[in-house]
Write a protein that binds this ligand. Structure first.
Ligand code: FPP
Length: 257
């Protein structure tokens, strides 16, 4: 969700105003994804590295997060959305935790869509934490180091509980992953746009999904076969484009943007 700061600067406003407009874009895009039937959406709302931003900006972001969780609670529950958080949640201030935790619990059984907020999240930190856990078990004699493989590591990554992303979309002109879902990104399609996040619309989302669909069709024979299989299943159509890979996946669920 890059570009909040620049969006504000272009208008001669403080960065916080950009984050506020970015929050409105979050609401818009979550609704659009739910309407489209996207099964999982992970938003990189606050990175581990974002703690280094000025105190005022961090506080403003935490305030917006709290406001979002409070104002969207009803809609999240009414629309069968499961809210999860990935990252070092223990670092979040109480004002956020006190609204985040009850909503995670209340929505835990919801099935239609998973909305994952990456908060105080860094993929390297996540992988290191999982490796640390496995190392401790090996040292304690509970785990044979030879048994450690990709699947075992993945099972310890909270981000993997959401499924692997089919499509990773980054706004604001940057063309890199910046410590986001590095493990799960292994086979994801990547989409970059110059559009600043506060300006990102439903139409931009549809265009990105349509381009993703086209890339599946244009890809090598294996991916084309996946596309064909998905079409035969009625999955690759205007309503449910992202299901193509999920249905044909050989290596686990791939269900999200
Ligand atoms: C990156 O833009 C964006 C962030 C660090 C924060 C994203 C947060 C929100 C959109 C609002 C709060 C979140 C939710 C879920 C309600 P930037 O500040 O780096 O902008 P720049 O690239 O123009 O500098």
């Amino acid at each position: 969700m890059d570009g909040n700061g620049r969006w504000a600067e272009l208008r001669g406003e403080p960065r916080e105003a950009g984050h506020k407009a970015g929050s409105a874009a979050v609401r818009r895009i979550v609704r659009a994804c739910r309407k489209l039937g996207v099964e999982a959406l992970t938003l990189y709302a606050f990175s581990e590295q974002n703690w280094a931003r000025p105190r005022g900006e961090v506080d403003a972001l935490m305030g917006l997060l709290r406001e979002f969780l409070m104002s969207e609670r009803g809609e999240i529950l009414d629309n069968d959305i499961r809210l999860v958080a990935i990252g070092d949640i223990s670092r979040l201030p109480e004002v956020v935790r006190e609204v985040l935790d009850p909503l995670r619990t209340a929505s835990a059984g919801n099935m239609k869509m998973t909305l994952a907020l990456a908060l105080s999240y860094g993929a390297r930190e996540e992988i290191a934490a999982a490796a640390r856990e496995l190392a401790k078990e090996a040292v304690a004699g509970k785990l044979d180091p030879e048994a450690i493989d990709g699947a075992l590591l993945a099972a310890r990554l909270p981000s993997q509980s959401v499924g692997e992303p089919d499509l990773i979309l980054r706004t604001g002109g940057e063309q890199r992953l910046s410590n986001f879902l590095l493990y799960g990104a292994a086979y994801a399609e990547l989409s970059f746009t110059e559009r600043l996040w506060p300006d990102f619309t439903e139409d931009d989302l549809f265009a990105a999904i349509a381009a993703y669909q086209q890339r599946l069709r244009d890809a090598g024979p294996a991916d084309r076969a996946q596309g064909d299989a998905a079409r035969a299943n009625g999955a690759l159509d205007a309503d449910r484009p992202w299901r193509a890979r999920e249905l044909a996946a050989q290596d686990g669920p791939r269900t999200g943007v």
